[in-house]
Design a protein around this ligand. Structure first.
Ligand SMILES: [Fe+2]
Ligand SMILES: [Fe+2]
Length: 301
């Protein structure tokens, strides 16, 4: 029988049960879903801005095509995700208004500048790698429509990682200056990457895990990232700017310098080095395209 009380509902999702849009759900669950999924949508949308800056400066036609395709994929992810939020009761227009007004958040990594072509490789390779770890875990999300779209998103993200790795490989096997572009970008991106999965809150204290919106603890995600990618970074002869980073072979646990979680909080609450500028760009483009929406919606009416 379908759950009718909060207690039954919790039991249902904790046992691996899934929920569809029209199923009954507690208000708290709906509110948490909206907040979590909306932040994901915002991140996909804002995440295109740092990379978009490099489309016109891509070194070859092939790179330009690949980067353009990646940017289009990310906007497509935002579109899918905002639709899921809309079905939960928050219209897409409202999500976009709240984003521009600074009322909702987006992921820390998209608040930082992209200074060189090396950033394009490091972002597509490692930021997308960090993201896919969280997104793969969401395939088991208790809210079924969100879990379903994650399949398409993960497939595309894994392709982005290949694209990023290819950009990085070309640079590290090129001239000394090109290799330095990647190393310098990695040095700058390391701290934001280490903060990406959030502070190491235990799974049992994480309300998102309690409702099985998330099924992975932050620290588990970070460990998985380190395990998968640090050996690859080393293989390319690159280094991370953390002298403490090492894997304990006995326990399999990576040790690292504790990221500055005060910075993380500061950045995601709208005070990152590029936050204001990127939100302003979003606001202007929304204003400039308002007539298109007016015309299309007038036609549909
Ligand atoms: Fe994406
Ligand atoms: Fe991606």
């Amino acid at each position: 029988m379908a759950p009718r009380t909060e207690q039954e509902f919790k039991k249902h999702v904790q046992a691996g049960g899934q929920v569809e849009t029209n199923d009954w759900m507690p208000d708290e669950y709906r509110a948490k879903l909206i907040k979590f999924i909306e932040m994901h949508g915002n991140s996909e949308l804002m995440g295109v801005l740092p990379e978009r800056e490099w489309i016109l400066r891509a070194p070859t036609l092939q790179r330009k095509l690949a980067l353009t395709a990646k940017v289009q994929d990310e906007v497509g992810h935002a579109q899918l995700i905002y639709r899921v939020v809309e079905d939960l009761g928050k219209p897409r227009e409202q999500s976009l208004e709240d984003l521009i007004a600074g009322k909702s958040k987006f992921h820390n990594v998209f608040h930082y500048p992209t200074k060189t072509w090396g950033d394009v490789g490091v972002i597509a390779w490692l930021v997308d790698a960090a993201a896919i770890i969280s997104q793969k875990a969401l395939l088991k999300c208790s809210y079924a429509p969100y879990a379903r779209i994650m399949k398409k998103i993960c497939w595309e993200e894994s392709f982005h990682i290949l694209h990023g790795r290819d950009v990085v490989l070309a640079l590290v096997t090129g001239t000394e200056e090109q290799r330095e572009l990647v190393q310098e970008a990695l040095d700058r991106w390391w701290a934001p990457l280490m903060m990406f999965h959030g502070n190491p809150i235990p799974a049992e204290d994480d309300p998102m895990v309690e409702w099985r919106i998330k099924s992975q603890a932050n620290e588990d995600a970070r460990q998985q990232f380190l395990d998968g990618y640090v050996p690859q970074i080393w293989e390319l002869g690159l280094t991370e700017p953390d002298p403490e980073l090492r894997k304990d072979e006995q326990t399999g646990v990576w040790h690292y310098t504790e990221p500055d979680y005060t910075e993380l909080k500061h950045v995601v609450t709208g005070h990152g080095p590029r936050t204001a500028e990127r939100l302003e760009l979003r606001r202007i483009s929304r204003e400039e395209t308002a007539w298109v929406r007016d015309v299309v919606l007038a036609d549909a009416a």
